[in-house]
Design a protein around this ligand. Structure first.
Ligand code: 5AD
Ligand code: SF4
Length: 465
């Protein structure tokens, strides 16, 4: 039983975008718990609504403004009933367009970027004080500074009771921000410079998660394999070495990490894939394009051949490695030949899954100044062809699992009574007949078929570690 507070208030967080935002939303909830805020799934009951926004692709701010329009109505309804609703905008749109949001949407009480989450309680106090002011004097609290101090030193640790609710798998941010400046990408501007959390902090958080029942941790970072946290001796430790340290935590059964940059797949990390069973054989390694001309224009700082060399090294270290990637079609200047090179690299790698996007101009990025924009219908056509190829690879990958026995982390009851569901090492959803007693452990499952986006399995034997 969690302690009930007399003055419990309800918090609703709507999360857009990447997994780091999912992690951040949980940490914002943790930061607000001491203020008496408990999460609710019902937005109409919320005393405080936070929008945790994403700026990576187009129409991000329009989405935020239309959501704010809806919230204004909800707020009026609550006020009509004698209640109230405070509204905050967090995340990367807030970071990029803080002033603009406050100006265009007076309904907003707070606007703050990802580097300010540890200051949320004090922002809230200032925003609450503003509520009692005359509307003409009221101003939104804006915090889009990149602070000197490390927010992770100030955010409370994930609460155990919340972690239990979160289940068997958890995210853990180890690195944030990016110094790569790919010419299409807003991340270096919204998340700031690359910062790695110290090793001891990461290990302590991982131990806490495992004690709360978590079996699988996904390490997060915009450039997670550029991780270089310091250890107790002040020495920088890379992601490979960190993986060996995490593998020593008893009770932690699976480790994943995302998202990586090809240039940071160093020998130590590749060796960790060779040595550590705990590191899952599934790697998200975006290449974006298969054309050297476009890779150069994107400022990716590697060629297609260099990417292929990294893939070969990983596959040598871990022959069952499944790969996933991100692709952008229609980057300015992309010719038919450039696009064919992208299809070729996809064919050469053979992805288990991939995410693909039409290029969208992000204000403030170097890409925004490029001419030779690609027509929308060309982008559509290329995206369609690329997705067709990737879909056929995903289907082939699922089919190649049939007949194999895979360790599956059983996570939840299935869709039908008498069924349970879990994940394969390759992140595929697996459904099988079995009792809910199986939930919480890794079991050997023979794959007997596939259905759309998932595998069908049969339990082979009782629990195997
Ligand atoms: N346009 C289209 N796709 C983009 N991505 C990042 N920025 C843009 C953009 N301006 C994609 C990249 C990246 C993923 C998270 O989003 O593929 O890897
Ligand atoms: Fe963006 Fe490139 Fe950094 Fe990834 S590596 S976050 S695509 S700038």
């Amino acid at each position: 039983m969690t302690e009930m507070r007399a003055n419990t208030k309800k918090l609703f967080i709507k999360t857009y975008g990447c997994q780091m935002n999912v992690y951040d939303s949980d940490r914002m909830a943790d930061a607000l718990a001491p203020q008496g805020y408990e999460p609710t799934g019902d937005i109409a009951q919320a005393d405080l609504v936070l929008l945790n926004t994403c700026h990576i692709r187009e129409k991000a701010s329009e989405k935020v403004f239309s959501e704010l329009g809806r919230l204004k109505e909800l707020q009026s309804e609550r006020r009509a009933l004698g209640g109230d609703m405070m509204i905050g905008v967090a995340g990367c749109v807030a970071q990029a367009e803080g002033e603009e949001i406050a100006r265009r949407a007076p309904v907003v009480d707070m606007v703050f970027g990802p580097q300010a989450y540890h200051r949320l309680p004090s922002m809230l106090a200032r925003a609450e004080a503003q509520r009692h002011m005359h509307p003409s004097l009221k101003q939104a609290v804006i915090d889009t500074d990149f602070p000197e101090e490390d927010k992770f030193d100030h955010l409370p640790a994930p609460r155990k009771e919340v972690t239990i609710k979160r289940g068997l798998t958890a995210f853990l941010t180890v690195q944030e921000g990016c110094d790569k400046f790919c010419s299409f990408c807003v991340v270096p501007y919204t998340r700031g410079a690359e910062v790695s959390r110290p090793v001891s902090q990461v290990i302590a958080e991982a131990r806490g998660l495992v004690e709360a029942g978590v079996k699988e941790i996904t390490l997060l970072g915009q450039n997670v394999n550029a991780y270089h946290g310091v250890d107790g001796a002040g020495r920088a430790v890379g992601l490979g070495e960190l993986s060996y340290l995490l593998a020593e935590i008893s009770g932690l059964e699976r480790l994943r990490y995302t998202t990586s940059h090809p240039r940071d797949m160093d020998d130590a990390l590749i060796a960790a894939h060779r040595d550590l069973d705990i590191l899952m054989p599934y790697l998200h390694l975006p290449v974006q394009s298969g054309s050297d001309t476009i890779l150069k224009a994107m400022n990716r700082r590697h060629t297609a051949a260099e990417y292929m060399k990294v893939i070969e090294a990983i596959k040598t270290a871990r022959p069952d490695m499944a790969l996933s990637g991100d692709f952008i079609v229609g980057f300015p200047g992309e010719t038919d030949k450039d696009f064919e090179d992208t299809l070729k690299i996809i064919a050469d790698v053979g992805y288990a899954s991939a995410y693909s996007f039409k290029y969208s101009t992000r204000p403030g990025t170097p890409g925004a100044n490029l001419t030779h924009q690609i027509a929308e219908e060309v982008k559509n056509e290329r995206l369609w062809r690329l997705q067709d190829l990737v879909n056929s690879q995903t289907t082939a990958f699922h089919a190649s699992c049939v007949g194999k026995t895979l360790p599956v982390l059983i996570e939840r009851p299935g869709r039908m009574p008498g069924q349970v569901g879990g994940r394969s090492p390759y992140l595929q959803a697996v459904h099988l007949e079995g009792s809910t007693d199986l939930i919480g452990a890794i079991h050997q499952v023979e794959i007997i078929g596939t259905s759309t986006n998932s595998l069908v399995g049969r339990l082979r034997q009782a629990q195997v570690a």
